[in-house]
Design a protein around this ligand. Structure first.
Ligand code: SF4
Ligand code: SF4
Length: 358
């Protein structure tokens, strides 16, 4: 099991206690997350550095990230890596992830020859192996995997709601077949799969033959895949840490029964019936000349409606710095969309709902 640090409590002593308890009970991967906000990231990384004193650094593998969307020149690699090494009080990071790779950011990083920088950092010992985190479709993932032989791991979002996109079960199997460790992020979709479900979904859960917490169903479904190396869970309380490490200790691949898998498929179908925009996240409409990430914005909008949770969608929209203000209604995306979605109209609706003061 992996520990995601983004939701650690503000009280430093409690955060350190949680991290050390997790490591003492078998958690062996710590993900520092993507530095969207550098000040916040520095505070958090320095805290992790203190938590990993007293011998804890040697007991855990740490993954730090290079935010692909903020990299404009090759030397940025050194700045992001060296800052994080300093803040962590370490001279080596186990995995350095190119974070946020997709069909737009990957060619740009290739053009900046970032992998040569990564190779240099491996040679001088600052990183053990490079990896990447990813948000796009299966074809794009395959292109990235096939372009470089030395990837150690890839990390992407996967839950029972993501089985056929992002890049879905096909991506999971392809990456594992290539020998990469596949790290799963957001197994509970930012906690939305643990919230009180809408009525139609609750009815499906009520037919389950055994009672489990929604978080346990979600995590067990991901762990059921033998291709998954680890699952990163962002934990915010000691209670969650205790619960999750106990669950990880008892979860096994291929342990869900056929009936349990069918139940989860029915839950998925019930959720999907609630979505508003028929976007399949195929990304055929991308890139937008104005830099608008249409499928991601549609996903956030659909999630807000499906899970009845506008606040989480709003906060992701803000963290990922989306906006639709630059849309000039050129229509290029509409022409490319096989689903004939009236994209600029839906973008306006989405922005209205998701912009902080929408
Ligand atoms: S209509 Fe708007 S979102 Fe679509 S390609 Fe043009 S600028 Fe981008
Ligand atoms: S808007 Fe259309 S083309 Fe774009 S990702 Fe969604 S379904 Fe695909």
């Amino acid at each position: 099991m992996g520990f995601g640090v983004r939701q650690l409590p503000l009280l430093e002593s409690e955060s350190i206690k949680m991290i050390r308890y997790a490591i003492d009970h078998g958690v062996n991967y710590l993900d520092l997350g993507c530095p969207y906000d550098m000040r916040q990231h520095e505070r958090l990384t320095r805290l992790i550095g203190r938590a990993l004193q007293d011998g804890y650094r040697q007991k855990i593998r740490v993954a730090a990230s290079l935010p692909a969307f903020l990299i404009n020149a090759s030397p940025d690699f050194e700045r992001y890596l060296n800052n994080q090494l300093t803040w962590l009080q370490t001279d080596r990071i186990d995995f350095f992830l190119l974070s946020g790779l997709n069909r737009e950011t990957w060619p740009r990083l290739q053009g900046l020859d970032i992998l040569s920088r990564a190779e240099g950092a491996m040679r001088d010992g600052r990183i053990d192996r490079p990896g990447f985190s990813f948000h796009d479709d299966f074809q794009t993932l395959r292109g990235i995997l096939d372009a470089y032989d030395n990837w150690a791991l890839c990390q992407f979002q996967y839950s029972y709601m993501d089985v056929d996109h992002h890049p879905g079960v096909g991506g999971l199997k392809y990456a594992a077949d290539k020998g990469l460790a596949v790290v799963i992020a957001e197994p509970l979709r930012w906690g939305r799969l643990t919230k009180e479900p809408p009525e139609s979904v609750a009815k499906v859960w009520a037919s389950a033959s055994q009672e489990r917490k929604l978080s346990e169903w979600g995590l067990r479904w991901v762990w059921n895949h033998p291709e998954v190396a680890t699952v990163v869970s962002d934990m915010s309380t000691m209670e969650q840490v205790v619960e999750n490490v106990a669950l990880a200790g008892s979860a096994e691949a291929d342990s869900l029964t056929v009936q349990e898998q069918v139940l989860i498929s029915r839950v998925r179908d019930a959720y999907r019936k609630l979505s508003s925009i028929p976007c399949t996240a195929c990304r055929g409409c991308m890139p937008c000349p104005e830099g608008i990430d249409v499928p991601r914005i549609f996903e956030l909008y659909n999630d807000a409606i499906m899970y009845g949770d506008v606040e989480t969608a709003r906060s992701i929209y803000r963290i990922e710095q989306h906006s639709t203000d630059s849309c000039n209604e050129c229509g290029a995306c509409v022409k490319a969309c096989g689903k004939e979605i009236t994209i600029p109209d839906w973008l306006k609706k989405a922005h209205q709902l998701l912009a902080e003061h929408g």
